[in-house]
Design a protein around this ligand. Structure first.
Ligand code: MG
Length: 301
């Protein structure tokens, strides 16, 4: 259990003494966007700069799921279990239909092209919420240099009527996002100025109002150090499990850091999966790790 750093006694309940960090794959460029398919017992994960999505299964290990991927980044599943993804290269969010065809759901707002959708989640009403920072069009490495037409914003897409709504626009670089288990709160990572002397490293929290049609002004929930929050997930008790430069940090709903899982490389994102959603799959730069914990992810991440 050397991987676990306990800062608050509440974290002890989540630690499994026999659990250790297991390497599932390595040699990738930059892993992102992990999503668990319980019905197929597999994980999909973006190998972003290599323009492909990888698939991991317990028996088969890693294999290529899709290449090219449109420089896919974040993923989730909708209420019908379909794969929803963010494409840097094509500046859109997509849905993979059950027959394997790919539908572009949103690529423009008021006639202007989206930037590079980064991460996406699905609410219980079926709406898709995603961040649209500039990162993916700033470099050829993550999808190809292109010109931004819109400021970094947070959107809500409604698959029922195809509408796209701006939910928050006061970001430098919105990144990962997740709802609280009751969906009354929305957490959004702000990772603007990533490489500046004073990087923004915090996770912001918003109240979800009007049945999911409006957000309160955001406030700072927790400041991550070292590094910054990219992607994160919540467990069934509302704790936030966030990426950081030194591993995965567990943050209580009151904003207190309870402890961490030490990972040797910078973590970009993670997701719960495996049996009972109690295994954390961790994207750590070029390496995919997993570790069992004594806690379950939210039922519908
Ligand atoms: Mg991200």
């Amino acid at each position: 259990m050397d991987e676990f750093e306990i800062l608050d006694s509440r974290f002890r309940a989540y630690v499994l003494p026999n659990a250790s960090l297991v390497k599932l794959g390595e040699g990738y460029a930059w892993l992102e966007g992990p999503v668990w398919f319980a019905d197929q017992e597999c994980l999909l994960v973006s190998d972003l700069p290599n323009d492909r999505i990888m698939r991991w299964t317990p028996d088969g290990g890693m294999s290529v799921f899709r290449r090219p991927s449109g420089f896919a980044n974040g993923h989730t599943r909708d209420r019908q279990g379909r794969l929803i993804g963010c494409s840097h290269r094509h500046r859109c969010i997509t849905r993979t239909e059950l027959d394997g065809s790919i539908t572009v759901l949103a690529d423009r707002y008021e006639g202007k092209r989206l930037n590079s959708p980064n991460d996406v989640i699905c609410r219980s009403d079926g709406s898709l919420w995603f961040s649209d920072p500039h990162y993916g069009i700033n470099t050829d490495y993550e999808g190809g240099k292109q010109t931004a037409e819109l400021p970094p914003m947070l959107y809500r897409f409604d698959p029922q009527d195809g509408s796209l709504q701006v939910m928050a626009d006061d970001f430098e670089g919105p990144n990962g996002l997740a709802f609280s288990p009751d969906e009354r709160l929305l957490y959004v990572a702000e990772s603007g100025r990533q490489f500046a002397a004073d990087p923004t490293q915090h996770i912001r929290i918003f109240e979800v109002l009007d049945g999911g049609r409006r957000l309160s002004p955001g406030r700072i929930f927790h400041k991550i150090a070292p590094g910054f929050a990219d992607g994160f997930r919540l467990d069934q008790d509302g704790n936030v499990w966030s990426s950081a430069a030194d591993g995965v940090h567990c943050i209580a709903p009151d904003g207190t850091k309870l402890g961490s899982i030490k990972v040797p490389f910078t973590v970009s994102n993670l997701t719960f999966g495996g049996r009972n959603r109690s295994r954390l799959f961790i994207c750590a730069s070029h390496t995919l790790f997993a570790i069992y914990i004594n806690q379950r992810g939210v039922e519908r991440p």
